[in-house]
Write a protein that binds this ligand. Structure first.
Ligand code: MRU
Length: 357
């Protein structure tokens, strides 16, 4: 099980023209690698959450569009661009909320647009380099986020997290769980409380799995137990990931996150959102503009149960994400540093700093 930390969540097998992922729907019962070759297989893997978590989706999309580009048999630039855009639109339709998906696809498209004078073969080589760069930068960003997060906590602290924003959601380390993994590298340990995260159980299945694999003192709680755990005085900080952060600091993350933020405020516990700048969407002013993915009813009524547990014909509301109001957020931890309120100023400053690199 410890080995899971050595697996790549997302990788490219260029020789086989395949996207290689750990099938996260099989965890923690089985570690199964999938080799995805067709665009339909890659689209399905993202939609079905076989690969999930905003940064991992971005990396998978970068590799996915490179594989699509590789298959385009033409030497004519305009034909290549048109086919590239078709593939881009297709992959972009797999999930709507995490901005990393369109961010990575747009970044890949920029390579095509900026090199119109080159041959199609050369553009394919550049696309290969770009998708590997997206992956490598993701590792570096997650490590930097981890260092900043670690500066806010001390050995033995209790951290509550929601969903999985760990290594399984990124290329390495994770975002919300990166401080915990880096702390382990330095011989520290924390008490981590993972909300189970209904309905798809990313907390109980994935966060708990990677925390236990890394030797972390881990306790799974049902989502409705967070208040009691906080009241007990067991939580020093809440660390959560994000799928899209608006310019005003409103942060969209797995459904249930905003409830945790409200509880944290009640109990006076700092609530931090951790994410790379690739998850911050400065083009939207507030969380009201974020499209929230709605998922099928059976995830609530049937999945994980031996028998369907809700009556046939009942209505089901199954939003995959919610938006935490910026006023509830103590700080947003990025690879460029920690942004504090007012976020309209501090997030702008984060991007200014990034530009100077
Ligand atoms: O539906 P999922 O499992 O893709 O949702 C994932 C989350 O909400 C994560 O917290 C977020 O993507 C950040 S991952 C570093």
């Amino acid at each position: 099980m410890k080995d899971i930390m050595r697996f790549d969540t997302v990788a490219l097998d260029d020789a086989q023209s395949a996207l290689v992922i750990i099938d996260q729907t099989r965890l923690p019962g089985a570690i199964e690698m999938l080799h995805l070759k067709t665009q339909k297989e890659i689209w399905d893997a993202i939609y079905l959450l076989q690969v999930r978590g905003a940064p991992a989706i971005g990396v998978a999309a970068g590799y996915g569009i490179y594989l699509a580009a590789k298959e385009i048999e033409t030497s004519d630039y305009d034909t290549f661009l048109a086919r590239f855009r078709e593939a881009k639109d297709y992959l972009n339709s797999s999930r709507p909320t995490a901005v990393n998906l369109s961010w990575a696809l747009n970044r890949m498209e920029q390579v095509v647009l900026a090199n119109a004078e080159r041959t199609v073969a050369e553009i394919k080589e550049l696309l290969h380099a770009e998708c590997e760069a997206i992956r490598d930068e993701d590792v570096a960003m997650c490590r930097a986020i981890g260092e900043y997060g670690l500066s806010l906590i001390k050995n033995g602290d209790g951290i509550l997290t929601h969903c999985n924003a760990g290594q399984l959601a990124t290329s390495k380390y994770g975002t919300a769980l990166s401080p915990v993994h880096l702390g382990r590298e330095k011989g520290m340990n924390f008490r981590v409380y993972t909300d189970e995260t209904r309905p798809l159980l990313q907390g109980a299945r994935l966060s708990a799995f990677e925390m236990v694999a890394d030797g972390v003192d881990t306790t799974v709680i049902c989502d409705n137990m967070a208040s009691q755990v906080m009241k007990n005085g067991w939580v020093n900080a809440v660390f959560v990931g994000c799928d899209r952060v608006a310019a005003n600091g409103d942060a969209c993350n797995k459904i249930g996150t905003s409830g945790v933020a409200i509880l944290a405020k009640h109990y006076g516990i700092p609530f931090y959102v951790l994410g790379p700048t690739s998850t911050i969407d400065m083009s939207i002013e507030s969380g009201d503009e974020i499209v929230i993915e709605q998922r099928p009813a059976h995830e609530v009524t049937e999945m994980w149960y031996k028998q369907r547990m809700a009556p046939e014909g009942v209505k089901v509301y199954n939003p995959a994400f919610d938006v935490t109001d910026h006023e509830l957020i103590t700080g947003i931890i990025t690879e460029e540093g920690i942004a504090y309120p007012p976020y309209t100023e501090s997030l702008k400053a984060i991007f200014e700093k990034k530009k100077t690199r």
